[in-house]
Design a protein around this ligand. Structure first.
Ligand code: F3S
Length: 754
């Protein structure tokens, strides 16, 4: 048994009582999302009517899942906490680092060689700390989570944007950064902006070529890429219950494309069937016993406008297949209008590659529907016009699909089966004939921003369901409509593709020989974590030093950043991602994207020790080497964007003691606090203008530090004059302890050792 039955049982025992308690306080009916959220409040968090989109609330999720790219820094940090085991069931999934090139077997073998040090680290650290490890080739994080771990009414976080996939099994599953995973794995409270609620009422029933993917493609067109920001999308209505569990997961997965915090469906008989088919009858029985708590209250159905901030209605019976793109997932085209759009926009008509599968669309049902289309190519003597690839989401799905002849159908039309991994979905694709001209591909994945799949800015990527992608690959033209058009076969006859036929769950059951799971040691105390000291990609962390107990004096201004400064400006992604497990190496990108307010340039700041201009990381290193702390000054909403923990760890590593800004993005502010830095805001935002390029800075009042009490900053200017300004902070008592200890993890370690 892979799932933690005791934990699930505990959640189900507590859930009814917690929901009843919350309902009493709120004194109104509750949506499903609210039930799950209120049932997962962190101990001590007050129960009240939270202001949606405004209040930050502390939660205690049940599980953590990490993919191999983001897991590296999260686990390096976890090691600093001094714990012998993770506080909640956690898993690592090796899916992001496998390059798709020649097919599953060869690609996997190459990845095992190329990423050996990362895999060795992740498997040994998992083994030591009680974390389930899914080997390279075992499958894609979200598919594996759905098949093994997700459960109705649960709450989890995952270090990947498409974690909401588990909403298909009724779970509140949220994509986060590594720092959040560390919080939950160490047993700390996990903070979330209490989300707004968008209700999507589904009526009718899908038919013909329309599939669950088309529901979310349609929703993306309505909400656009920003429309779901800070909201949970909750699907309800009789149409919702008519969708398979894996279809629901596809819809939830792509909620990330509209910026939603997560998406969720209510527990129903389709979830029950999926739980049973994947060997979790005991979970289904438990869910069944409290099922009214795993669905919204009846009044919510009757009067949705009263309980959701926005309501969208979609009639599945009338839903057409959609094709979204290019370059953005919210450009939604109903199939009947697509050919016209291709013509009008002059998109390359020829389809060069069709790619199906991925974490979004590789369920058994998806593969059977696509295979039923592929099969027709042979039967109707059609020559397939485009290249075609299939990415199974897990070894279980792959093995079962092979057993049932589905992979044969794909291979018969020239399909290449890729490793059970992200591959082309994340840009890990060495595309054959990647042309230097406008060209079109169609995928059943979720994202289609420029360069996402093949790194080629001229590739127009369109997103559709696997069966639509398969039909288009056969036709080889974007102007084809399988619902109305015929194709000329090898005998010169006009033939038409029949509607796809799917099988929700395999008649002979799922099967797998080696699912790729490695259970951790019962007692990991003797397990050694493998990190090669020569590695450029991985480096063990050393704890940051504790506060010296006195005011900070003689700090140098590192940079006064002007305008937008997101976590991407602070810690750039792209080529730097290969160093995400090596703090010292990745710190060479510190603030290189930020604009210096004094010269309007990026990555060019004055080194006050030499008077010369140099790159930000180099200047920071120079101050650090001289034993001098530094200060970063910023503008409004400093640190917005992803919750990337590197953006807080790097300045700390390079000697920054305080970040003083007009305002912070909340998550980054908290991340700075956790790393033991001072996150401060100008009491008078106009004081930003008083900071000069050659300033030496004192921060006073730390010895009498108290929540709500401002600190004093003295700016010593080069001409000998000074400015004394007030700065505010939002530290509570507990957070100030993080500062004193040098970081939140230092504090946890002290407490674990106590
Ligand atoms: Fe993400 Fe695609 Fe992998 S969405 S988890 S990169 S398959």
């Amino acid at each position: 048994m892979l799932f933690d039955f005791d934990m699930i049982q505990r959640v189900y025992q507590q859930l009814p009582e917690r929901v009843n308690q919350a309902r009493k306080v709120l004194n109104r009916p509750m949506t499903l999302a609210e039930k799950i959220l209120y049932a997962h409040l962190y101990p001590g968090q007050e129960i009240r009517e939270f202001q949606r989109g405004k209040d930050y609330v502390e939660f205690a999720p049940d599980r953590v899942a990490m993919q191999d790219a983001t897991a590296q820094m999260a686990l390096l940090q976890f090691m600093l906490a001094g714990k012998s085991k993770v506080a909640v069931p956690s898993t690592v999934h090796c899916d992001h680092l496998i390059l798709a090139k020649n097919g599953a077997e060869q690609d996997l073998e190459e990845a095992l060689g190329r990423n050996k040090e990362v895999y060795d680290f992740l498997s040994s650290v998992s083994n030591k700390y009680g974390i389930g490890f899914w080997k390279p080739g075992a499958g894609i994080i979200h598919q594996v989570v759905l098949e093994n771990y997700a459960f109705p009414g649960g709450m989890m976080i995952g270090t990947d944007s498409h974690t909401p996939n588990a909403g298909g099994l009724g779970m509140i599953a949220i994509g986060v950064g590594g720092a959040d995973a560390v919080d939950v794995m160490t047993g700390m409270a996990w903070e979330l902006l209490f989300p707004k609620l968008i209700g999507v009422k589904l009526t009718g029933k899908l038919n013909g070529w329309a599939s669950p993917k088309d529901v979310i493609l349609k929703v993306a067109g309505i909400l656009t890429v920003k429309g779901g920001t800070n909201a949970i999308i909750e699907y309800f209505g009789e149409g919702a219950d008519s969708l398979s569990c894996t279809g629901k997961a596809t819809i939830c997965n792509m909620g990330a494309e509209v910026g939603a915090t997560t998406s969720v469906f209510a527990y129903d008989h389709r979830m029950r069937a999926y739980l049973e088919a994947t060997g979790r009858k005991e979970v289904a029985d438990l869910a069944e016993s409290i099922k009214e708590y795993l669905r919204p209250d009846a009044e919510v159905y009757e009067n949705p406008e009263k309980y959701y901030d926005q309501v969208i209605e979609i009639n599945l019976s009338e839903l057409e297949p959609h094709i979204n793109g290019p370059f953005t997932p919210d450009l939604a085209w109903p199939l009947s209008k697509f050919a016209e759009a291709v013509e009008k926009n002059n998109w390359p008509d020829k389809l060069e590659v069709g790619l199906i599968g991925s974490c979004t669309n590789s369920s058994y049902e998806d593969l059977t529907r696509a295979a039923s289309v592929a099969k027709q190519a042979k039967e109707k003597k059609l020559k397939v016009q485009a290249e075609f690839t299939v990415t199974p989401g897990s070894e279980m799905v792959r093995y079962t699909a092979e057993r049932d002849g589905l992979l044969d159908e794909f291979e018969a039309i020239g399909g290449v089966v890729l490793a059970n991994a992200c591959g082309p979905c994340i840009g890990q694709w060495q595309r054959h004939n990647n042309p230097d001209r406008p060209n079109s591909i169609m995928t059943s994945f979720n994202r289609n921003f420029a360069k996402r799949n093949d790194g080629n800015p001229k590739t127009h990527a369109f997103v559709a369901s696997p069966e639509i992608v398969t039909a288009f690959a056969i036709a080889g033209s974007l102007k084809f409509n399988p619902m109305t058009d015929t194709l000329l076969n090898e005998e010169g006859k006009e033939v038409k593709l029949d509607e796809p036929k799917g099988i929700e769950l395999p008649e002979k059951g799922f099967d797998v020989k080696d699912n790729g799971y490695v259970a951790p040691a019962e007692d990991g105390s003797q397990v050694e974590v493998k990190v090669n000291p020569q590695s450029e990609r991985l480096q063990l962390l050393t704890p940051f030093p504790a506060w010296e107990g006195a005011d900070l004096k003689g700090l140098k201004l590192l940079i006064k950043a002007k305008g937008k400064c997101t976590t991407d400006h602070i810690s750039m992604a792209g080529p730097w991602l290969k160093y995400r497990g090596h703090l010292d190496n990745i710190s060479n990108n510190l603030l290189i994207g930020a604009v210096n307010a004094f010269n309007g340039e990026t990555n060019k700041v004055k080194n006050q020790l030499t008077g010369e201009y140099d790159e930000v990381p180099k200047v920071a290193r120079a101050y650090k080497a001289a034993g001098i702390g530094s200060v970063v000054v910023g503008d409004e909403n400093y640190g917005e964007g992803s919750s990337r923990e590197h953006a807080a760890m790097e300045p700390r590593h390079l000697g920054v003691r305080a970040v003083i800004v007009k305002s912070f993005a909340r998550i980054h502010e908290t991340n700075l606090k956790k790393q033991g830095m001072l996150a401060l805001t100008f009491a008078n935002p106009a004081d930003y203008d008083k900071v000069q390029e050659d300033d030496t800075i004192d921060i006073l009042g730390l010895e009498s530090f108290a929540p709500g009490k401002p600190l004093t900053v003295v700016l010593h200017h080069k001409d000998g004059s000074t400015d004394e300004i007030k700065v505010n902070h939002s530290y509570n008592e507990a957070q100030f302890e993080w500062f004193k200890a040098g970081s939140a993890l230092n504090l946890i370690r002290q407490q674990s050792n106590a």
